[in-house]
Design a protein around this ligand. Sequence first.
Ligand SMILES: [Cu+2]
Length: 301
Amino acid sequence: MKRLEALAKSLGAAALPALLAIVVIALGFAAPAEAAQPQPWEMGLQPAASPVMEEITWFHNFLLVLITVITLFVLALLIWVVLRYNERANPTPSKTSHNTMIEVIWTVVPIIILVVVAIPSFRLLFLQLDVPEPDLTIKATGYQWYWSYEYPDQDEMTFDSLMLTDDERTEGQPRLLAVDNEVVVPVGKNVKILVTAADVLHNWTVPAFGVKIDAVPGRLNESWFRATKPGIYYGQCSELCGKDHAFMPIAVRVVSEDEFNTWLAEAKEKFAARPQPTRIAGEAEDVDVSAPTRLAAVAAQ
Ligand SMILES: [Cu+2]
């Protein structure tokens, strides 16, 4: 009897963490729906703002439910075995060593589970990798430590995008995420993003669009997104690329088609004559820090 009491007590103690886990999972599902940037206490994914991210979010939640059910099922089996088949409860154990039915079941059921996981997984991979006919193409080049963008179809307009320092930020611009020149794209249009790097590996990532793609020197990777809502979407370089890896954020402003055309007309003039690239964070505006120049400088040291 004492033993049972002790067991009930320990089960009661186990219930609290279990309850906490359920609350945490529930919070994860109810991600806040404001700006597309990390939120305090955020535990789920950022709210989806592209078809790919909607699918990723669905797949994530689906897998979470699946693994939770499997884990609870295995836990229940373990508890059952411990209680029912311990030496005291079951002094003369059965000598059974084979059971065809149960062996078929525990082979076939995992296969079915894997197929159920594989089908949406491959569907999602094709959705991500099969770039649809683009309405707009943007090329992003990673530098130590900022991004440079080119609109090849728009007079090859090109500009750098550098993180704003604390002095440069205005009210409402998030620290370590806001940049001087945002990428601007129209809402609801297929944007093909070509990604490369000029020095070391970087990674162009915008969580709300479900885009995370390596920027590799000498190689052109491609991805795409179709922003479903206007707004500003923040991301960060997601490949350790050196000292200022944490300070080369990505900011994409999604606007209506009219606003985009207005911006485009201004941007074409503003960025037309500018030689690329011209500066990095913290250095004088007119210092040439293009990769060959910087490599030469490093070699001379
Ligand atoms: Cu980087």
